[in-house]
Ligand binder design. Structure first.
Ligand code: NAD
Ligand code: UDP
Length: 324
């Protein structure tokens, strides 16, 4: 049994990861300040005897008993959330990484960084291999996140070279699945919630920009496999689904799968919104023996069912509450 720390463990990805690590018999410590995570994401784990919650903001140092592994996920991930307080976002990426790397150094823990495809910015190379250095604006509204994560990767590599910390860097591409918050603001949750309520589907720009969406279970598998790779392999490694869709195609798939009567409406494209994104996953295939297994239609169907149940529950609660 390993003792594992998950920072950001109450978030969308973190809560799935905590659940999986517990299922495999590990002792899991979730550290989170609930900036964008929710207690309800981990409420089903609270009674587990091997689960602990630490409420703490990772921009401040924290001292815990030694851990074998650290998955460092703490950071808002949705553009709506990370742009809300960009200075805080940068502090979380940089000072948060600095603090967890200090822990890893003290305890000799393995430590994995949840980095991002935003490292590649608005990419001029397509699809994106890990060797591509990216095309990132340093002074735009997305820079707090993109440059913050780039700096986090640099800190991880410097702690590895200078302090011999055992690091792993994973560049995560757009991930979706049950557990995303309705107000998350990212495209799949927005479109599904709009479709289920027969509201207009809000396409930013003309919808020709592309993304490649991976289902949460595939990502969790990739994170676990990366953590177990040989000492010498630090990454960065891309973990994402190489099937690429335009945002308009995504909207149409969601309307069809949910049986909605929603119309598409077009709104201004956010500044610096990447025009295309698709991972080259050759390295993950070779080093991790990993590739995604869940097709978009299958994942969307599960996600639609998750939000359908959630909306039904909220309607029932809304009906019940005024009476109580
Ligand atoms: P999320 O917002 O659901 O989860 C982030 C979690 O970190 C939340 O529980 C939040 O409360 C916590 N957190 C934020 N700031 C903190 C702080 N200062 N101290 C302690 N906890 C803090 O986002 P997510 O989608 O689960 O993303 C998790 C990680 O994966 C992030 O680092 C993100 O950059 C990375 N990532 C996600 C995606 C994706 O598509 N979901 C893509 C690329 C990278
Ligand atoms: N998007 C959209 N409508 C929405 C939300 C997002 O058209 O309601 C677009 C957004 O402009 C981007 C893509 O969908 O081109 C993915 O956005 P998201 O915020 O999910 O993630 P990103 O990859 O941009 O970080």
């Amino acid at each position: 049994m390993k003792r594992i720390l998950v920072t950001g463990g109450a978030g969308f990805i973190g809560s799935h990861l905590c659940e999986r690590l517990l299922r495999e018999g590990n002792s899991v410590i979730c550290l989170d300040n609930f900036l964008t995570g929710r207690k309800e994401n981990i409420s089903h784990l609270m009674e587990h005897k091997l689960f602990d919650l630490i409420e703490h903001d990772i921009i401040y140092p924290y001292h815990i008993e030694p851990v074998d592994e650290i998955y460092h996920l703490a950071c808002p991930a949705s553009p709506v959330h990370y742009q809300h307080d960009p200075i805080k976002t940068m502090k979380i990426s940089v000072m948060g990484s600095y603090n967890v790397l200090g822990m890893a150094k003290r305890h000799g823990s393995r430590i994995l960084l949840a980095s991002t495809s935003e490292i590649y910015g608005d990419p001029l190379v397509h699809p994106q291999p890990e060797q591509y250095w990216g095309n990132v604006n340093t002074v735009g509204p997305r820079s707090c996140y993109d440059e913050g994560k780039r700096c986090a990767e640099t800190l991880f590599m410097d702690y590895h070279r200078q302090e011999k910390v055992r690091i792993k860097i994973v560049r995560i591409f757009n991930t979706y699945g049950p557990g995303m918050l309705p107000d998350d603001g990212r495209v799949i949750s927005n479109f599904i919630l709009q479709a289920l309520q027969n509201q207009d589907i809000t396409i930013y720009g003309d919808g020709s920009q592309t993304r490649s969406f991976q289902y949460i279970d595939d990502l969790i598998e990739g994170l676990l496999k990366m953590m177990q790779t040989d000492e010498g392999f630090t990454g960065p490694v891309n973990i994402g689904n190489p099937r690429e869709f335009t945002i308009r195609e995504l909207a149409e798939r969601i309307i069809t799968l949910s049986g909605a009567s929603s119309k598409l409406v077009y709104m201004p494209l956010p500044v610096d919104d990447p025009k295309q994104r698709r991972p080259d996953i050759t390295l993950a295939r070779e080093m991790l023996d990993w590739e995604p297994a869940i097709r978009l239609d299958e994942g969307l169907t599960r996600m639609i069912s998750f939000f359908r149940k959630k909306l039904k529950k909220e309607t029932i609660e809304a009906n019940v509450n005024p009476l109580s």
